[in-house]
Design a protein around this ligand. Sequence first.
Ligand code: GLY
Length: 562
Amino acid sequence: MKNFLNKSTSIFLVALATLTTTWAQTHGKQGMVVSDNTMASQVGVDILKKGGNAIDAAVATAFALAVTHPQAGNIGGGGFIVFMDATSKTTTIDFREKAPLRATPNMFLDQEGQLVEGSNHNGLQSVGVPGTVAGLYMAHSKYGSLPWKKLVQPAIALAKKGVVLSYTLASHAKNMQSGSSPDFMKNYFTDSEGKLLGHGDQWVQKELANTLKKIKKHGKDGFYKGKVAQEIADYMKKNGGLIGLDDLEKYTAIEREPVKGTYHGYDIYSMPPPSSGGVALIEMMNVMERANLDSVPFNSTEYVHLVAETMRRAFADRAEHLGDPDFNSDLPLDKLTSKDFAKMRYDHIDFDKASVSDSTTFGQLYDGSNTTHLSVIDKDHNAVSLTYTLEHSYGSEMGSPKLGFIFNNEMGDFNPQPGYTNSSGLIGSDPNLIRPEKRMLSSMTPTIVAKDGKPYLVIGSPGGRTIINTVFQTVLNVLGYEMPIEKAIETMKIHHQWLPDQLVYEKYLLSPDTKQSLEKMGHKTREVRNLGRLMGIIYDTELNIYIGASDSSSPDGASIGY
Ligand code: GLY
């Protein structure tokens, strides 16, 4: 990577000690935490300063986000960790939610076998068995160094003493008072008298603090057994949910081998199924490796066309092949991530005109965009890339008032109507149909790139299916276009997911001339306000410094180094 800071500037910046920022570069000599919330990033850095490693800091940050960033930070959802140690030994932890034992492939269909619109994302039947507490507990048991209690305690303190309500959360609070929000959300951002809180008010979460205390004391069992589990099961039974004590008791996180790819000498490690993110990322990086980027200037028509066509193909492959590996013994992962397969995909791109996505085979909807990502690196070069989610913003918007946390609505990530795929576009392929205890296919793409055997780039994003593409473009921007991390994160992103056949771009960031040229080539363009909310860290090997950046689209986010 090109140097974009001279040495004396960097040393001066480091000398300023802890630096917090919402999106420009932050520098750290010993460690760095980047997350969607400043208080949570600070919790992670404090753990590093107390001698904790990257896993300890990631676990503490994730618990803190469950308090300070409740739209996606959670203990009622699930996610993935990619962990690389200083020698580039890499592993992943899958704590994706599971379908309850009583779930069936047709549970969201009416008597005519049609999907009941919205049913897979609404109400308690949309809740998957949460995995977050099991995943964080497994990560800590296997790779952490500080006592578990010390990692949960900062979140308890934030919930008990209260946090100052940000402008963003205050606006969510206000919106939830109107419309169709369930009662749980109407009473969520309130004081002890039930009065709605506003921007700048202190928000105390007593019930959440009590739930976290049980997790602190009993570890994973504090959530999946005992009083918390009983209340989850009782609440579900009373309100038409499917999750019972047996579901909670049976839930386990799973350690899996990462998917691995290369790009011009860099090693890329990412999340395998049940996430589709890593496989699609590596397929797309392999396709892009075939192109000579000197003749594909960044943001030119050629660039947008090539990137969009690459995405179109990877998303078609995703739709056809991917699902929970524990229910699909023959996922063609080696093929999809091979250089030969990428060559075939690249060779079929027409450089003068857009392909047409064939709606008679596969397609898929956009989905929930409120996930959250955190990146951590410690003084020994151990790195963690963690993405976790409730699916939609505030998930199902439901939860037991006695427990104080929100349940996901992740069942919406399964293919809801077996065998039915259309262009607008439901998807009905078998690998991702609902089965009891199956994990729903995800797009989360926590990723770590290694250079010369050491973690080099730690990156991830929320954004539903756009996650795969925003992470892909950020990795390409750094490795291929040699951009500094904050530029790689901020610069224009596009999204194509095969079906609907649309080239989505960020408002203000694509020139009108380029847009026109792309439309002449046959692309159907669509403008959106923003794509991605990336949280990244780079290790600058020459300066021996960590550089962090949190996307400016994250209003409360921060990279904090020390
Ligand atoms: N719920 C978003 C994802 O898992 O892709």
